[in-house]
Design a protein around this ligand. Structure first.
Ligand code: KG4
Ligand code: ZN
Length: 382
């Protein structure tokens, strides 16, 4: 099955075409094409993702990315659409400035692609941003007569590990998803059967990294530099100088909270005043030691709770080498397998949405132009 997938839940506009086949224990995926535009530089000045700007950019980027996606594969032709279809598409896209005209022009001048299904992220995420992807998916569905399935973004992150060849995940599995927008521990009984065991009660872990970064004068997204500074001191064999709290380390549940440590770092930096570079390194190092201890402990507790046979990790924060190594060690100590997506698939992308769309197609049917609503808080287990 060939799947066209669309992701616009945050600040990445992404499209992909994948080929997928097989069932639960014999899944095979191949990426045929993918196109992505990251808006990260535009959001920098806001210190985070600004929803209405993200929405506008998605609408602007989508037609260009569609062209890139099919570049060299879709022949030019005349493909005049019936007036009633055009009318419906226009209604669907009337809130996204310029999108209708650009999409119609492209569709009417190119042949229909060899695609069996469209998968689109419909939550969780920023609703104004999600709507752009959803309405575009419905418009393409109408114009090309291809059925659509709405996909949960978190299932996408879980499915991101399936793109490596010959992956055969043993269940029950735990998935730890850590990024700028999510921190979740999910039980996976089998593909499609998920249960959220714990999640952050306030900030996501990536968000905490970014806020700490800001306190020591590093611009958004500061996670990578905070971890770079921390690893420098770790390599030198130094002890962390500051004692920051390990929020909810001993709570009986599997939830996380990062706002306490953020406040504690804030007070410390205010107390320190003008910081030297080495003091900033120490703040970063002490912060990272604290959060990684929490991540490790909660992951271990969740493995114990369900008797997990494997761990699937996803989300942009796993670019962090120390976190990867720490989680690998947890899995080694438990004698279980760890699955990590390759770097490009750990951050938001459409390939993982296509893979999750395929998993979903094994349990539900895609239809032409379905009513889909953006759900900013869509839980993967509901
Ligand atoms: O998944 P992602 O690309 O985007 C969203 O969450 O939308 O994750 C980005 C987050 C940012 O908060 C960034 O600071 C964090 O991941 N991040 C890191 C590292 N690389 C990226 N945090 C800690 N250490 C890193 N090496
Ligand atoms: Zn994400």
């Amino acid at each position: 099955m060939k799947i066209l997938s669309i992701e616009t839940s945050c600040d990445e506009t992404a499209l992909a075409i994948i080929e997928a086949k097989g069932y639960d224990f014999d899944l095979q995926f191949k990426v045929l094409s993918s196109a992505l535009n990251s808006q990260i530089n535009l959001h920098k000045e806001f210190g985070g993702v600004f929803p209405s700007l993200a929405k506008r950019e998605h609408a602007h980027n989508l037609p260009h990315l569609l062209e890139d996606l099919f570049l060299g594969t879709l022949k030019k032709t005349t493909n005049t659409l019936p007036e009633d279809i055009k009318k419906e598409v226009k209604e669907l896209l009337n809130r996204e400035e310029g999108l209708y005209e650009k999409l119609i022009t492209y569709i009417e001048t190119h042949e229909k692609p060899d695609v069996d299904m469209i998968a689109v992220t419909s939550g969780p995420g920023l609703e104004p941003a999600l709507w752009v992807g959803i309405n575009s998916a419905r418009a393409l569905s109408l114009m090309w007569n291809i059925p659509v399935l709405p996909v949960n973004h978190m299932e996408g992150h879980i499915a991101s590990v399936l793109l490596e060849p010959n992956i055969n995940v043993e269940f029950p599995a735990i998935s730890l998803l850590i990024s700028g927008g999510h921190t979740e521990l999910i039980k996976i009984s089998k593909w499609g059967e998920y249960e959220i065991l714990g999640r952050t009660l306030d900030d996501a872990i990536g968000e905490a990294y970014d806020k700490i970064a800001r306190m020591i004068g590093i611009s958004y997204p500061g996670g990578p530099e905070v971890s770079m500074r921390a690893s420098k001191l770790r390599k030198e064999g130094l002890e962390p100088k500051f004692e920051f709290p390990r929020p909810m380390l001993h709570s009986k549940d599997l939830d996380f909270s990062f706002s306490g440590i953020k406040t504690s770092v804030l007070y410390k930096t205010q107390e320190l005043g003008d910081m030297s570079e080495s003091t900033k390194d120490q703040v970063a190092y002490s912060f990272e030691e604290a959060v990684v201890e929490v991540i490790k402990k909660k992951t271990q507790d969740s493995i114990d709770l369900i008797g997990a046979k494997s761990l699937i990790v996803g989300g942009g924060v796993i670019a962090n080498t120390y976190i990867r190594e720490s989680l690998k060690k947890v899995c080694d100590d438990n004698g279980i397998i760890i699955y990590l997506p390759e770097k490009d698939l750990s951050t938001d992308n459409a390939v993982m949405i296509g893979a999750a769309g395929y998993l979903k197609s094994l349990r539900s049917e895609a239809t032409i132009n379905p009513e889909i609503k953006a759900d900013g808080n869509w839980r993967v287990d509901s």
